[in-house]
Design a protein around this ligand. Structure first.
Ligand SMILES: Cc1cc2nc3c(=O)[nH]c(=O)nc-3n(C[C@H](O)[C@H](O)[C@H](O)COP(=O)(O)OP(=O)(O)OC[C@H]3O[C@@H](n4cnc5c(N)ncnc54)[C@H](O)[C@@H]3O)c2cc1C
Length: 449
């Protein structure tokens, strides 16, 4: 049987349409398998069509065709999201934006770039002007800037500059899925309808983000015998605004033993690790402070070797979980906010209740101006019931969980303005074609608000 939509797609952009079914299957997946629950829920979900447009015109014509034919559309950057954000729930068309990847303008304090640009590549280009990114995910080598903005939250740099919604996106060019596709320029508060909205409200084609003068970053691994001391040290560093840093992570023993490439460095057993990126001028002071908490510097990467070989950030954020999964497939993870004031007692309660079933991993970040020890704890997976028992306990003690085991926007937390997002979707996507089934009906999600 001749497939009408496929024929039209081929007519439109023969080179851009993916014909290999194995590649179609691959481009229908992301990193949802981090969650044994999502692994089951999303098994077998696959696009019928995939297109990788190389020009904005082909992108726009493809979307117009999808609107005319009422074909569901799911957007894709690099597919590194953990919650099945980029998985097409109802088949249809996946639009891979990774070839719309040009830098449009680099100015003093900002860069305007197409959404499909890989973040590492973007960093290289802006570094030629003596500037650097504010925040980026640990997946920056692969991830696209549009995918990060539409599907991520924060990362390296967030301890100083906050999350995506904290001024780290200045403006975006967005295509709608109206009968006649419109091009919108979005700025200010309205950006909140697009940031971390999984591409349910529009297609981001360009973004402008802030950039800063480049800093010489030293990478440091500091080892501690006691988790409490590691934590107190990390807190002091995160809180001290006179120290310039872009990464402060804490990993409980035995997490560091999962970091295979660091095998020769992390040699002592029973060591908790603090992983840091600090400005060169503050490095000496950092090591002195570590001594006062009985911390020992076990590895220093001088600034001249930044981005040469594997970096410290390759073991932080959700890369920590990746190394654990490589060591033992039965690990999974949670995301939570500990309370700044009672984080130590919360951790003690968790350890007392769950022992080594839960291993503490914390990334220090700022969210909406507030410094937060954000947990990405590892959990030894036994069953869905047990996982939610653990989540309930975290919530009971005030270490509130942003559930990473759901593909529903908003059910994973982050205080999204779901009502406004739902309204914007109605305006921009009246035929409800974009990333179907990710944005639940408002009635279903209001309990999470
Ligand atoms: C090992 C590992 C570590 C990670 N570390 C971090 C981290 O430090 N911080 C963090 O925030 N996340 C992290 N993540 C999650 C993920 O990598 C990031 O969110 C990443 O930035 C997503 O980029 P991507 O290009 O792969 O987007 P994709 O996964 O392709 O897409 C993400 C979402 O955005 C939508 N989308 C993509 N492009 C567009 C567009 N142009 N317009 C509108 N919607 C679009 C997709 O439909 C999807 O819903 C991690 C994941 C892994 C596997």
């Amino acid at each position: 049987m001749v497939d009408h939509f496929f024929t039209k797609l081929i007519e439109l952009a023969p080179e851009a349409v993916v014909k290999d079914t194995e590649i179609v299957a691959k481009l229908s997946k992301d990193y949802y398998w981090y969650s044994p629950i999502l692994e089951k829920d999303l098994a077998g979900k696959q696009a019928e069509y995939v297109i990788v447009p190389e020009t904005e015109k082909i992108l726009k014509d493809t979307l117009q065709l999808a609107v005319e034919e009422k074909i569901p559309v799911t957007l894709r950057g690099a597919g590194t999201g953990n919650y099945g954000q980029a998985v097409p729930m109802t088949g249809g068309l996946v639009v891979d934006l990774s070839k719309l990847n040009k830098v449009i303008e680099i100015g003093d304090g900002f860069v305007k770039v197409q959404a499909g640009m890989r973040i590492r590549e973007l960093e290289k280009q802006i570094s030629n002007t003596g500037q650097e990114l504010t925040i980026y995910p640990s997946t920056f080598v692969k991830a696209t800037i549009g995918g990060f903005i539409a599907g991520g939250s924060g990362g390296i740099g967030s301890v100083t500059w906050g999350n995506l919604w904290d001024g780290n996106v200045l403006s975006a060019k967005v295509l709608t899925m109206e009968e006649d596709i419109q091009e919108l320029i979005i700025e200010g508060e309205e950006l909140m309808d697009y940031i971390h909205s999984y591409g349910t409200t529009g297609i981001i084609t360009e973004v402008t983000i802030p950039i800063k003068p480049v800093t010489s970053w030293v990478q440091e691994l500091i080892s501690f015998t006691h988790l409490q001391e590691a934590f107190q040290f990390s807190k002091q560093i995160a809180q001290d605004n006179s120290l310039k840093k872009r990464l402060v992570s804490v990993c409980e023993d035995p997490i560091p033993s999962f970091f295979r490439p660091l095998k020769k460095i992390v040699t002592n057993k029973d060591q908790h690790l603090v992983l840091i990126e600090i400005a060169e001028q503050d490095h000496g002071r950092l090591v002195e402070i570590a001594h006062t908490h009985n911390g020992i510097s076990i590895h220093t990467v001088e600034a001249e070797f930044y981005r040469k070989g594997i970096g410290i950030s390759d073991f932080t954020w959700n890369h920590t979980t990746l190394w654990a999964l490589k060591a033992d497939k039965s690990w999974t993870y949670l995301q939570n906010f500990f309370s700044l004031e009672s984080v130590l007692s919360q951790i003690a309660q968790i350890k007392e209740r769950f022992g080594d079933e839960v291993l503490i991993h914390v990334e220090w970040l700022r969210d909406r101006g507030k410094l937060i020890p954000a947990g990405l704890p590892l959990v030894k997976y036994q069953s869905k019931e047990r996982l939610y028992e653990i989540i309930d306990f975290f919530n009971e003690i005030g270490a509130s969980v942003n559930d990473p085991h759901t593909y529903l926007l908003g059910a994973g937390g982050w205080n999204l303005q779901l009502e406004s997002i739902a309204k914007k979707k109605k305006e921009n996507d009246p035929f409800k074609l974009l990333n179907q089934e990710k944005l639940p009906a408002y009635d279903l999600i209001k309990d999470y608000l």
